[in-house]
Design a protein around this ligand. Structure first.
Ligand code: 2IT
Length: 444
């Protein structure tokens, strides 16, 4: 495989799709050696076939707001690869959503889902609709209009969407209601459902919980304990909430959360009712974190990111490229021990290079945050079996899956000096599974 040539051709075919090109480049560079060790991959043009989605659906979503005005948003579903199972991946509703972002997320999802050990292919979708500040009725009408197009493409054995940024239990509920009416069936076509109609216990917490199980394993493998460690978290949404809960439960001290307006530094630790308060903040939908500082007497630093704070563990939990080279330098200067991406592609390539070159433990999103989609996979299993597992059963399975992902990263990422390159490990392990499945199934 000539990586430069392939990237070059993608750059000219898809100009300006920066996030997509960034994600593809990272994977291709880290799998190059394994790829070239398998001439059959090259012969079947696995790389060229993997980097392009199977198909992309784009559609318009017209809906009527509370004033009676007609609004028009864009909707997308990127079905990337279904070699190992039905397309699976979240829907993101955020004004920044465009094809490049959904293609990067869909591409990452292929390898993440492969790592979970469950049979799920990779997909992603969403809209530039902004649920923040919208009434319940507006969100419902938008979700219904969105599903009016999407339902034709998806199904419990075909493509199973879920939530992502801006899509939680409420949005999934409205979309599920519309799907059920149109398809006249009750199936596990979406995950992240409420418990009353097929949802799984632990799903809301799963991304954060899984992230902490993984980070705990990283620390243990390197001979450290999470007990008493300080943790800088970004974001204050569902993922940050689950991460803060589990970090605290494991004996660490969470000292930051953040929003688009800046970050909170709470030297006393964000625990107990302070973690519950994150849910309250989120429910107001104003997308600001500042009110926390007033309520609990903590420090609010406007228009800055939490990576300037001294912390043992840094957990990006907000969005892509939220931790750059300068942030990485600050974290390293402050003695950071471990960086776990719980957001998708939370770190820029320059930041990742710095962590790896400085032998800092760095866990990539596709491994660290895979607990979310893994628990979605467990929700699909429960739906297919028409039963529901207890919280303890789901949590035990999630824990086991995260350990297994960690083992795969170590198996493929350990370098000669003993340093574990989790990025390489995750990319190679995820890639090999999908590549072998594609090879076995011929040119399709
Ligand atoms: O990025 C992700 O893995 C998710 N947003 C969850 C996807 C899913 O299908 O549960």
């Amino acid at each position: 495989m000539n990586i430069d040539q392939l990237i070059h051709s993608l750059e000219s075919k898809h100009p300006g799709e920066f996030e997509y090109l960034q994600a593809v480049k990272e994977v291709l560079i880290s799998i190059e050696k394994e790829y070239n060790d398998h001439p059959e991959f090259e012969k079947a043009k696995i790389a060229e076939r993997l980097v392009e989605p199977d198909r992309i659906l784009t559609f318009k979503v017209p809906w009527v707001d509370d004033r009676g005005d007609v609004q028009v948003n864009l909707g997308y579903r990127v079905q990337f690869n279904n070699a190992i199972g039905p397309y699976k991946g979240g829907l993101r509703f955020h004004p920044s959503v465009n094809l490049s972002i959904l293609k990067f997320l869909g591409f990452e999802q292929i390898f993440k889902n492969a790592l979970t050990t469950l049979p799920m292919g990779g997909a992603k979708g969403g809209s530039d609709f902004n649920p923040k500040g919208k009434s319940d009725g507006e969100v419902m009408r938008f979700c219904q209009a969105f599903m009016l197009e999407l339902w034709k493409l998806i199904g419990p054995e075909t493509d199973v969407p879920a939530g992502d940024i801006g899509v939680g239990g409420r949005e999934i509920g409205y979309m599920y209601g519309m799907y059920r009416k149109l398809a006249r069936e009750n199936t596990g076509v979406l995950t992240g459902k409420n418990l009353e109609f097929g949802g799984s216990l632990i799903r809301p917490e799963a991304t954060g919980f899984g992230g902490l199980y993984f980070v705990n394993q990283m620390l243990q493998t390197a001979g450290h304990s999470i007990q008493g460690k300080t943790v800088a978290i970004s974001g204050f949404g569902n993922v940050a909430w689950g991460a803060a809960l589990k970090a605290t439960e494991l004996g660490a001290k969470v000292i930051t959360i953040s929003g688009p307006d800046g970050y909170i530094y709470d030297k006393n630790g964000i625990a107990g009712e302070k973690i519950d308060y994150m849910l309250e903040l989120r429910a107001t939908c104003n997308d600001v974190v500042a009110p926390y500082a007033e309520k609990f007497g903590a420090e609010f630093v406007a228009n800055s990111r939490p990576w300037e704070v001294k912390a043992d563990i840094a957990l990006p939990c907000a969005t892509q490229n939220e931790l750059n080279e300068e942030d990485a330098r600050k974290l390293i200067a402050n003695g950071v021990l471990c960086v776990g991406e719980i957001s998708n592609m939370g770190c820029t390539p320059e930041a990742i290079d710095l962590f790896i070159n400085n032998k800092i433990m760095y866990g990539p999103g596709k491994a660290v945050n895979a607990g979310g989609v893994a628990t979605s996979g467990l929700e699909m299993t429960q739906n297919a079996m028409h039963l529901s597992w207890s919280a303890a059963e789901v949590d035990a399975k999630l824990h086991q899956i995260m350990n297994e992902i960690h083992n795969q990263c170590v198996a493929y990422g350990r370098e000669t000096d003993g340093y574990i390159n989790y990025m390489k490990g995750a990319n190679v392990a995820g890639f090999l599974k999908v590549a072998k499945a594609m090879l076995a199934q011929g040119i399709v």
